[in-house]
Design a protein around this ligand. Sequence first.
Ligand SMILES: *Cc1c(COP(=O)(O)O)cnc(C)c1O
Length: 226
Amino acid sequence: MIREQIEQVRENIEKACKRAGRDPGEVTLIAVSKTKPSSMVAEAFEAGALDFGENKVQEILAKSPVLPDSIHWHMIGHLQRNKVKQVIPHVCLIHSVDSVRLARQIEEDAAALNLTVSILLEVNVADEESKFGFSKEEVLPALLEISSFSHVNVKGLMTIAPFVDNSEDNRKHFKELNHLLVDIKQKNIDNVTMDVLSMGMTGDYQVAIEEGATMIRVGTGIFGGR
Ligand SMILES: *Cc1c(COP(=O)(O)O)cnc(C)c1O
């Protein structure tokens, strides 16, 4: 079941890449395993998934010790500053950095642990009240501040697009985020590379890929409903 779902998602990734003239190797599938047991993560891993996304520190701390070391864990949910120290040794990328204060905390804890942490800045593309993240206008000033943090590398941008019935409605947001990424990349800011665009979930990942996503985060489409 999980295996078939992953194969289906991979097939859709290939088709979307073909439509966009992109190489499927540019797109990393993150299987979002939040609320699902470790046994289901193990099943997905055996079916070839290597990257897993969680939105709670507690779940990463519970699952990572009982699953293969070769798994890449991605923190994709709102992160409280008092949990940063616990989670950073276990994750390859924090997608959900939504304030300079949080980035500063990551810098401090990473320095204390002698680590360098890769992060994305979360952008609230549609300025939704209910969502965390920087507004598009806030991203550049935040980056200029964060670029002075030597234990933090900003790899790109992430967004959770609005919940819509028709995924085409999110195309404009994905396009805008890609433009923002390219604009910032051209500025060659220290500690900022801007090669990662984390956007697209079960309902809209195919459109996100057509608009340049390099990481898609798929939960329901792999593990079923929550
Ligand atoms: C839950 C979640 C996902 C996956 O959502 P699905 O619609 O189940 O694919 C992706 N990104 C974030 C940040 C999430 O919290």
